[in-house]
Design a protein around this ligand. Structure first.
Ligand code: ZN
Ligand code: ZN
Length: 607
């Protein structure tokens, strides 16, 4: 693990505490700024501990105010005392070593390093070359130091750290610890994903310092206190000139690659206008399940591309990204499109339009003019605040954000009501038929009925009805544990029905979903993992224990939304079985009925 050293540099009467991965580089750099000496005040530390020390020192400075003393010795004394106090507080060895700066920057390099490789002779030129080489891979991104190892032909050797340090000194690379140090705060925050909920302090073999790890974003590589997080926001100046948007001729766009219903077109048009709307920065497209959201965003992306925007379309599901990429490539043949998901071979490509799983959003900083988040309520990181932070960071300061959802959370409804965001609603499915309305069916003592010899009446009716319609069904249960129990019981009760069970960690999950799609499984007992994503034409749903907490309003609306999506089977059974009436059950049904009413009004207005 690369450690860094904290030092004090005094320039134009101002003291500044800094850290360095390559102290010699800083000595050259400051010598060139006419600084005579720098004072090293730490042993090699992990980046997180180094930053904690600097913060402690700066806090002291703020509290005390900066006093310029007449006598240099007196000032030094005060400074030294402050440094010692912070070193002691953080349990860092007391170091206070004065180092001379190393003469003229370029001279210094030729003097001491002239035996090394040629590029050393001209530091600035070497740096420019280095930057140009890595810019296509890193521009607009924030990456863990370890992630850089994946860049083709890049070796993290001494010369890499020299160049990196030069970039830090010139302010073109921003570096921080991936997770704040536990020395700094009782609840360290992860600088990569912005979460503090799932940050744990634990012994760390690689640094030996106080170290915290973030579990929230661990799927994207381990973020922790001793791993530097690098932001390359200012690496793009050169690249932009080569970019597509400098062309005078508009790019070819194959509009026949997407087709909109009149209702979709109406919402699509709204979204296109939003791009030039001065009042709002964010737009929520609230479209019912099965409205055809993807289709609708084509015109917006079309417009964005013509404007020369850099665009990100993020969806929670990898299969959606993989399915959409070729469609967009066909529609925008001249636009460099990058498709990003776990294991994508295009990981280090750069382009104008990015399709990515929502996870990938956290790798970008200040990069996009337009970000579209599909199914934002299925954002993989917890809490709306993480969503806001990660998405806004990926966006340029004056960029635009579009969120797509069928089930906005209460927070979002509040934001709409406070006019913080713009909203447009599409209450009609692409085929124009209303949403199937759930039937609430009350039954007592479901647990007891589960153990009975014979199936209870509602279950019998449901199975018979699905069979009669030659359909298939999802049977939702509230816990993983119940999947197997219900699966076995249903097999016992209905020996001629093809019943399977599936849950998130089922290693046969993909196979079973595939079999269900093909119609080889008729009844699939499942947890809420199947609430979205899998679309089968003649499908029906039954929710057992619909009054349990996992089935909140949004989940119930999504579950009901599985049914009737196909033009050939626009209707179907949506049965919610519960012992008691819950608020969420009632609200879910209300929401669906309200949307249907709204749809009716739309259609009537059109006539
Ligand atoms: Zn994190
Ligand atoms: Zn560590």
């Amino acid at each position: 693990m690369r450690k860094c050293i904290v030092y004090l540099v005094e320039e134009n009467g101002t003291s500044e505490f800094r850290f360095s991965f390559d102290l010699e580089m800083d000595q050259f750099y400051f010598a060139n700024q006419q600084v005579k000496e720098i004072i090293v005040i730490s042993p090699p530390l992990s980046i997180g501990t180094a930053q904690a020390l600097i913060r402690c020192l700066n806090d002291g400075m703020k509290k005390r105010g900066f006093i310029i003393f007449g006598r240099r010795e007196r000032k030094e004394e005060v400074e030294r005392e402050r440094i010692w106090r912070c070193q002691e507080k953080l349990g860092i060895a007391k170091v206070y070593d004065v180092f001379p700066s190393k003469g003229n920057l370029l001279e210094g390099i030729t003097e001491t390093r002239n035996n090394k490789r040629d590029w050393m002779c001209d530091l600035a030129t070497s740096y420019a070359k280095w930057k140009e080489e890595i810019a296509p891979f890193v521009f607009g991104k924030q990456l863990l130091l370890d992630e850089l190892k994946g860049i083709p032909n890049l070796v993290l050797d001494e010369s890499f750290y020299q160049m990196l340090q030069y970039g830090i000194l010139t302010g073109e690379v921003k570096v921080m610890s991936s997770v704040a140090s536990p020395l700094d705060s009782a609840r360290p925050i992860c600088h990569r994903c912005g979460s503090s909920e799932k940050v744990h302090v634990q012994p760390c073999a690689s640094c030996g310092d106080a170290c915290a790890t973030c579990e929230e974003c661990i799927a994207m590589g381990r973020s922790k206190t001793c791993i530097p997080l690098l932001q390359f926001t200012y690496f793009g100046a050169k690249m932009i000139k080569k970019d597509h948007r400098q062309r005078d001729i508009p790019p070819t766009i194959n509009t026949h690659c997407y087709q909109l219903t009149p209702h979709q077109a109406r919402v699509a048009e709204y979204a296109v206008h939003f791009l030039h709307n001065q009042e709002f920065k964010e737009l929520l497209i609230w479209a019912v399940t099965g409205a055809g959201k993807t289709e609708m965003i084509f015109p917006t992306i079309h417009k964005g591309i013509s404007n020369g925007y850099r665009i990100l379309l993020a969806s929670p599901r990898k299969d959606v990204i993989r399915e959409l990429t070729p469609r967009f490539r066909k529609a925008f043949p001249e636009i460099p499109i990058v498709s990003l998901y776990g294991g994508s071979p295009e990981r280090w490509n750069s382009g104008q339009f990015y399709l990515a799983t929502t996870h990938q959003t956290l790798r970008f900083v200040d990069f996009f003019d337009l970000v579209i988040i599909d199914e934002m309520d299925a954002f993989p990181y917890h809490g709306d605040s993480v969503l806001h932070r990660v998405v806004r960071r990926a966006l340029k300061k004056d960029g635009k954000l579009i969120y797509l959802t069928a089930t906005p959370s209460k927070d979002w409804i509040d934001r709409i009501q406070h006019r913080e965001i713009d909203v447009t609603v599409l209450p009609i499915r692409y085929h124009g038929n209303p949403l199937p309305v759930p039937e609430l069916k009350y039954i007592n003592d479901l647990r007891k009925r589960l153990k009975q010899e014979k199936p209870f009446q509602i279950m019998e009716e449901f199975i018979a009805e699905v069979k009669k319609r030659k359909g298939q069904a999802f049977i939702f249960v509230s816990e993983v544990r119940l999947v197997k129990i219900w699966q076995n019981q249903l097999r016992k009760w209905f020996p001629d029905a093809k019943v399977e069970g599936v849950h998130a960690t089922d290693y046969l999950r993909d196979d079973k979903v595939e079999q269900f799609r093909k119609g080889d499984i008729q009844f699939l007992v499942t947890t809420t993992i199947m609430e979205r994503g899998v679309t089968v034409p003649n499908v029906h749903v039954l929710v057992l224990g619909a009054d349990t907490q996992v089935f909140d309003e949004a989940t119930l609306v999504q579950i009901a939304g599985r049914v009737g999506r196909s033009k050939d089977y626009p209707d179907g059974l949506v049965w919610f079985i519960a012992e008691t009436k819950t608020k969420d059950l009632v609200k879910a049904k209300d929401q669906i009925e309200r949307m249907n009413q709204l749809a009716k009004n739309w259609i009537n207005n059109k006539k």
